[in-house]
Design a protein around this ligand. Sequence first.
Ligand code: GLN
Length: 470
Amino acid sequence: MLMELKEQLLSGSAEEYLSKLFLKIERSSLNGFTSLARESALQQAREFDKNPGKGRLAGVPIAIKECISTKGIETNCSSNILRGYIPPYDAHVIQQLKAEGAIIMGKTNMDEFAMGSSTETSCFGPTRNPWDHDRVPGGSSGGSAAVVAGGEAPCALGSDTGGSVRCPASFCGIVGLKPTYGLVSRFGLIAYANSLEQIGPLTRTVEDTALLMEVIAGHDERDTTSAEGKKSYLPIKEGVGGLKIGIPREYFGEGVSKEVERAVWDAINTLEGLGATWKEVSLPHTKNALAAYYVIAMSEASSNLARFDGLRYGLRPGEDKDWHTTFSDIRAKGFGPETKRRILLGTYALSAGYYGRYYLKALKVRTLIKEDFLRAFKDVDLLAGPTMPIPAFRIGERINDPLSLYLADVFTVPINLAGVPAISVPCGFAGHLPVGLQLIGRHFDEATILQAAHTFEKATPFHERMPEVV
Ligand code: GLN
């Protein structure tokens, strides 16, 4: 789709295309964008129309999640504590996008500090699912997914700490990739749980995801966990003949909706029909993944979010009093309830006396989960299963019951704990709601999951359907 868009922009006008998008966004009720970079984007589009340049994304508008730093454009993680913060620098991925001529069109809504699976914890209110406005778009990159699915942006970036790219991709019927840990620089990504997260693309097709990956992946010395080397993903190899797919036993059964299960099995059968083989495998520690993930993520969050004290940037409400009062006033007013819950639980898990019982234990479970994947990948080339156990739920349905929200992450968080890559591709519908197929690969083997996803996409019509309610 981006390839065709580039042709269209070259023969037509980027300014006109972008103006139409902005008009659509103004009239939209999705609440996907938190702010638009209207002036700078239109200016860049006019420059492209005069002199298109050679960039691989020249003239292509892209929407960016609120937690990715954009020079001169407010970046607030959809949190009151960071309202008004304008970064003086670009994240690495933004520099890469700009170097290839992409146009940053605006910032997208998210769960506050990326904590959630529904985009309901944002200080800007919930984003709506373009397929059904009463339902959540998934989260935490729900704004990015909704604007791509709703035709308000041709592509977007999100971040994925425990599923935040794949979950909204699945709920909104688009493609989303969580890269191998270390493949994409986190420089300029405001940290939630830095040992788990990666920035990833949200697009309409697998090829578009591969194109964005070629632009954003690669070494960056400003991120100490950044891997060496630059990978290429295009052209994507076609066909799945000879590929061995593992089907994790633990990813089916209790808690998985029948409609999701049916759509995912149909997809596996389609891949088999295209020449792949499959066998059942076991990831026995899946049952411990949620507990380990939430202990680790909250512990890291409590430490990462300690820096938000309103002293250097962000919220500074009222009169300054003594240091303790000022500090706690700012944090009490600035953070929403989910963020506070996680800071409290994380601080508890890291406290002397409980550190060994919770945090250290979670780290040990993390190793066991990683070993589950390494063992499975001895026999198979990739794994397939549902991205989410259920289709998009209603706004308000789960927000007051955090545990039920956390449970929905059961198939996405193990991937972050292990650091392996995974992609979600549309594989069918549960009634009027999209279902996502998750393909999981070996460390740094994005190529194989892109290949399987692309071949599947070519053989099926699901990515072509657009939501009608927008
Ligand atoms: N839903 C998970 C959480 O709340 C994952 C969020 C994410 O990937 N940023 O932590």
